[in-house]
Write a protein that binds this ligand. Structure first.
Ligand code: SF4
Length: 171
């Protein structure tokens, strides 16, 4: 078994969907060795093997794995968060047990889609970045004409810290 579990450490409001929460979890050991195998699973939105960070799209929201932290967005409540973290720990253990049948991914994996990026931006269309909309900024990020630092809300507002980390992992 790779992990004993993932402890729920923190919850905070999910700005992408009012009423829902973001859940932070701490794995019982570093995920660094397992992440290259988890990157073979379906639903990967972005993978940065150097960090390492691995982001999955889930319905709804995102799940991002770091070496020492897991973040899940758009969760209904803490109980659902606990269930999701337990299911994730099981999935990690199952993947680890079958790692000999998998080829660890060691390269960056596919460019994120504009909608995936947009879902993580503040979505206020405040224009402070010089773009008319957050979607235009998302395209700019993908085309590497823009950087995350050009969105003041994303960089300065602590409420966006989790999204900023996820986006930083994508780029
Ligand atoms: S500064 Fe950020 S929140 Fe404002 S429009 Fe640009 S991307 Fe959207």
């Amino acid at each position: 078994m790779y992990l004993n579990g993932i402890a729920l450490t923190h919850t905070y409001p999910c700005l992408a969907e009012p009423g829902k929460i973001i859940v932070d979890g701490k794995p019982s050991r570093s995920l660094a060795e397992a992440i290259p195998y988890l990157a073979t699973l379906p639903g990967v939105v972005a993978y940065n093997p150097d960090a390492p960070t691995l982001t999955f799209r889930r319905q709804p929201g995102f799940m991002t794995l770091y070496a020492h932290r897991v973040t899940i967005t758009q969760v209904c409540n803490a109980d659902e968060g606990l269930e999701l973290l337990a299911a994730l720990a099981e999935a990690i253990n199952a993947t680890w047990e079958h790692r000999q049948e998998l080829t660890a991914v060691t390269h960056h994996r596919r460019r994120p889609r504009p909608l995936d990026i947009y879902a993580l931006l503040p979505q206020t269309n405040c224009k402070q970045c010089g773009e008319a909309t957050c979607m235009a900024f998302a395209f700019g990020l993908i085309q590497q004409n823009r950087t995350l630092a050009e969105c003041p809300a994303l960089i300065q507002d602590p409420a966006f810290a989790s999204r900023r980390d996820t986006l930083a992992g994508m780029f």
